[in-house]
Design a protein around this ligand. Sequence first.
Ligand SMILES: NC(=O)c1ccc[n+]([C@@H]2O[C@H](COP(=O)([O-])OP(=O)(O)OC[C@H]3O[C@@H](n4cnc5c(N)ncnc54)[C@H](OP(=O)(O)O)[C@@H]3O)[C@@H](O)[C@H]2O)c1
Length: 267
Amino acid sequence: MVEDFIKLNNDIKMPRIGYGVYQILSSMTEKCVSSAIEVGYRSIDTAQCYGNEQEVGLAVKKSGIDRKEFFVTTKLWGCRGYSDTLKSIESSLDRLDLDYIDLMLIHEPTGNFVEIYRAMEDFYSEGKLKAIGLANFYEENYLKIINNCQVVPQINQVETHVFRQQEKLRDLMKEYGTQIESWSPMACGQNNFFNNETLKEIAKNHNKTVAQVGLRFLYQQNIIIIPKSTHKERMIENKNIDDLELTNSEMEKIRTLEKGKSLFGWW
Ligand SMILES: NC(=O)c1ccc[n+]([C@@H]2O[C@H](COP(=O)([O-])OP(=O)(O)OC[C@H]3O[C@@H](n4cnc5c(N)ncnc54)[C@H](OP(=O)(O)O)[C@@H]3O)[C@@H](O)[C@H]2O)c1
């Protein structure tokens, strides 16, 4: 049995599998997050620009489960510098209706992101953010933060799946102690992910699904994953990868699927 948490560089424990809510309509979010909680997810990944922080907060509250058991992530959007970021963090705390946020990320390297990061560091030192980090920061921008920060980012959340494995970035971040987290761990279905022949064959050998093989490939390399589904049976399926152990030769086969570029063309 593999440990269910990864210890971040500040000793905070983050679940290795969470639930992502990108592209879930705000009108559907509370129901979806409640289902995810019911089937055992405790880590929820939202963002200011998803427009559903409030509904995530409601589902957490209504679950009746101790707040301490949850790990709630959100991401800053559209900030330009230090002072507007302070307000923006407060606004997320208000919408989520939480006393603290487990992890806050800068969603993308725009604005004066060193100043934006400083504002997060101040909330972090007050205990209102338990961990802080980045999303979509590659080498140059990541190093700008490293060279100017007090708190080494706990997380960098980047596009990571079988077609974009981020080995180079992972090696760099290892040097500094930043944990990688995958967004779109199933490539959001791009590049015909769910019908990939290599993944299908491996899945068949283990009596598992393509989704489970793709997710396990990341999980087995200590990459945090946050698969999204609006279907309860898929939420269960995506979490059920504990008993799947890919062999070295299967891992090698999947490594050859690397495309060396983004499937989304964002970053
Ligand atoms: N930081 C960033 O810039 C960024 C960018 C993108 C995503 N993210 C985060 O990462 C999370 C996950 O990424 P994502 O939502 O883009 O993509 P994903 O989790 O890779 O894939 C989600 C897609 O796969 C389908 N799906 C889920 N489980 C399935 C299964 N077992 N079998 C078949 N189809 C399945 C879903 O459809 P159904 O819902 O219909 O099941 C949905 O279309 C997001 O929700 C968000 O929290 C962050």
